[in-house]
Every structure is written in C-alpha cells, then in structure tokens.
Design a protein around this ligand. Structure first.
Ligand code: FAD
Length: 317
C-alpha cells in the first residue's frame, strides 16, 4: 500500500501546489504508516520533490502529453496508482486537477472527496474534513471504499520541508488513440503580471473605486507587493476590468495568503469566493460594510487616501 500524488507542472517546472501536495501527503502517509509516491508528467527537475518528503517519483515523459488532456492524464494517474497499489491518491484543486480527480476516482472505482482541508480526521474509518456551501461550513466525510481519491483545497496546508531519499523511476503508461480523442487547446493570456491562480497576494478592487481610471493606484500597490489584481463582479460587468479578474462565487475562487479588498462591500457572493484566503485586509469608507465582519485587519477610510500611503510605506521597506 502507498500514497500517490499527482505533482503538477507547467512547461517542465513544478507548480507551487505540487510542493504543498507533497507536504500534505507526507503527513498523511506518516499517519497511515506508508510512503509517498509522486507521478509527474513531462516535469524537469523531479529531485525538487525530495525537499518535501516524496519517497519515489514515477516519471512520465511523453510528447503527446505536452498539452493537458483530461482523459489521457487521468489514465496516467490511474495506471500509476494501480502500479503502486496506492490506496490514497491526492490531487490539488487547480483547474486541471479538479477536472482530473473525479475521472481518476471513476477509473479506480474509488470514493472521492473534494475541497479537503487538513489531515484526515481519522484513518480507520477514513474521514476527512472538507469545506462546504461555498466555504461557509465544514463537513466530515467518511470514505468507505478501499481506494480513496482526495483533492486538497488550495492553500489549505502550506509548505513543510521534510527531506527524503528520493528514488526515480521512468514510467511508460499504456495510452491509446482513444485517450487523445478530445483535444483541448489552451490559450494563455500573457500580461507579464502575476496571475490570480499563481498569486500569494491578491489586491482586489470594487465599485468604491468609482471608475476604471482609478485602477492605477491598485496596480501600483499590487506591483509593490508582487501581487495579482482582482475585482468584484460589478466592476467586471461594467467593463472597468477584464472578466478574468472577477472573483467570488461566480468568478474565480481565491485562496491566497493575503487578500486586500479595496472599496468592496463584502456581499455574500463575493466572500464565498475569497473566504479561504488566510489573511483578509479591508479598506472601506463605511465602518458598517459587511466585509469588516470577516476581515482580519480593517481600515475605515478613503481608498484614495489610504492606498497611495500604504504603497509609499511598503516601498520604503
Ligand atoms: P458595492 O456593493 O457598490 O460596494 C462598494 C463599496 O465601496 C461600499 O462598501 C462602499 O462603502 C465602498 N466605498 C465607496 N467609496 C469608497 C472609497 N472612496 N474608499 C473605500 N471604500 C469605498 N459579486 C462578486 O464580487 N463576485 C461574485 O462572484 C458575485 N456573484 C454573484 C452571484 C449572484 C447570483 C448574485 C445575485 C450576485 C453576485 N455578486 C457577486 C454581486 C454581489 O451581490 C454584490 O453586488 C457585489 O459583490 C458588490 O460589489 P462591490 O462591493 O464592488 O460594490
């Protein structure tokens, strides 16, 4: 029995979530008394995984997998799990992995739990804690199947260094034409800026900023912090910002280390999408704005006064 993770990479480099997943898997493996195997697809420097406790890597190098293809990737993970006799398979919650995890579970006839936060509550029976109702509640879910597939909520565990003696093995999955019957083309918009998906910090603006001409100060704050910019739904509906920046229940979910909300009231649909962020800072003129109820730090004040001063102070560090 072993525990398998899918360590995601892009352009040969591991994504940060791969290391978070490895850190998490190591702790789960310890509680189950087993080891961690990672399967990688066209990844470069797999030895990086040893820093986070991975014991073994199954390296898949396959030209046809250069672009994400859910069916083929799910087959790779399934075959790796079967080869390793893995009883617990853990994926992350990126867009690709959220697509893959249920396919892997179906392929392995396994029980599946998404949005897992924290280590298993119990290992026999196997129970995990998950977020529910757009992050407004937690549930404890028991998985009764022999093989279990989990997807770990983003930024829910963090990175834990835990060096291991990594062994590497080339793995050639058995894929056929049917695996590639659906072709997915992805178009990456390259702005040169940090994207919401990769960001540790997000600076987000709402209707309180009055118009698109005022976004310069948010962009400057974001650039100073190495952050991505985001916005509330009405802001993108009004065309002040691109739809790709809309966060919330109907937009992108955000689970960053720091979320700074400027001129956003904190409607339930907005909070639902950002509530998993670790530290939430709110800047709003209205002390009664609902966002303050979920904020870790709040500034009651005018964004046009506070934001430039905050940026200036940060630049002085
Ligand atoms: P407002 O509600 O207009 O708030 C502006 C805030 O700015 C106010 O709190 C005000 O006090 C403050 N302010 C004004 N001037 C200043 C200043 N100078 N400095 C500082 N603060 C100032 N919304 C989302 O964001 N994401 C979603 O995914 C989403 N999905 C939805 C789904 C459904 C089905 C529905 C019905 C709604 C959804 N909404 C969503 C909309 C949501 O209900 C709110 O209407 C929206 O979030 C409000 O956006 P806002 O906070 O930018 O604007």
């Amino acid at each position: 029995m072993s525990l398998l993770i899918y360590a995601e990479s892009a352009d040969g480099k591991f994504k940060k979530v791969a290391f978070e997943l490895a850190s998490y898997a190591k702790k789960v493996a310890e509680s189950l008394g087993t080891t961690v195997t990672a399967v990688t697809v066209n990844a470069g420097n797999v030895s990086e995984l040893s820093k986070y406790g991975v014991d073994k890597v199954l390296k898949v190098t396959y030209d046809k997998l250069a672009h994400f293809n859910a069916k083929a990737y799910a087959d790779v993970i399934k075959q790796a799990a079967q080869k390793e006799n893995a009883h617990v398979i853990v994926l992350s919650s990126t867009t690709d992995s959220l697509y893959l995890a249920p396919l892997v579970a179906v392929g392995l006839e396994a029980g599946f739990a998404s949005n897992v936060v924290g280590l298993p509550v119990a290992t026999a029976p196997f129970q995990v804690k998950r977020t529910a109702f757009s992050n407004k509640a937690f549930t404890i879910t028991e998985i009764t199947t022999g093989v279990k597939v989990l997807s770990l909520a983003k930024n829910s565990f963090g990175l834990i260094e835990n060096s291991s003696n990594l062994s590497e093995e080339d793995f050639t999955p058995n894929l056929n034409e049917a695996d590639f019957s659906v072709k997915v083309e992805s178009v990456e918009k390259s702005t040169g800026k940090v994207t919401i998906a990769d960001a540790d910090i997000v600076v987000s603006g709402g209707r309180g900023l009055k118009g698109p001409e005022n976004w310069g100060m948010l962009e400057e704050l974001a650039a100073t912090l190495g952050a991505a910019t985001a916005c509330s739904k009405p802001v993108s509906d009004l065309g002040w910002r691109p739809h790709s920046e809309h966060v919330g229940q109907t937009g992108k979910p955000v689970a960053t280390n720091l979320y700074i909300a400027v001129g956003i009231s904190g409607a339930i649909q907005h909070i639902a999408g950002i509530n998993s962020s670790k530290v939430k800072v709110v800047i709003n003129t209205d002390a009664e704005a609902p966002f303050f109820k979920v904020a870790d730090y709040g500034i009651v004040g005018d964004a046009f006064d506070i934001v430039p001063r905050l940026t200036q102070k940060l630049k002085e560090f």
